[in-house]
Design a protein around this ligand. Structure first.
Ligand SMILES: [Zn+2]
Length: 107
């Protein structure tokens, strides 16, 4: 489609969506907490432990799930994928809206 940069951009975006198939909903949250053991470094109230969580709406209700330490990096990426997906959808809709308005004018 020479001379149709919008369609080329849309095609590239659509083809890139497959890499986002593992996306997760919600927000990635870091909470600081003390574990309660008196001899732990966190007992000073400053050097707290990090607990990573996913905060997500489940059937309209906000839920928070702890992320096991070994999965934090992967889950952070999965939540970011959702943001990339939403951005791609917004761009595609923008392209299609421009095309709709232009075709409407041409009639
Ligand atoms: Zn501790």
């Amino acid at each position: 489609m020479p001379g149709e940069p919008d369609l080329e951009a849309r095609g590239r975006l659509i083809r890139s969506l497959g890499t986002l198939r593992d996306m997760l909903p919600g927000s990635f949250v870091e909470r600081k907490r003390a574990c309660g053991r008196p001899n732990c470094h966190c007992a000073d109230g400053k050097n707290l432990h990090s607990q990573f969580q996913v905060s997500v709406l489940v059937e309209g209700k906000p839920k928070t799930f702890n992320i096991p330490a070994k999965r934090v990096s992967k889950v952070r990426q999965q939540v970011a994928m959702r943001h990339r997906f939403d951005a791609a959808a917004a761009t595609i809709c923008g392209i299609n809206l421009r095309r709709f308005l232009k075709e409407k004018e041409d009639q």
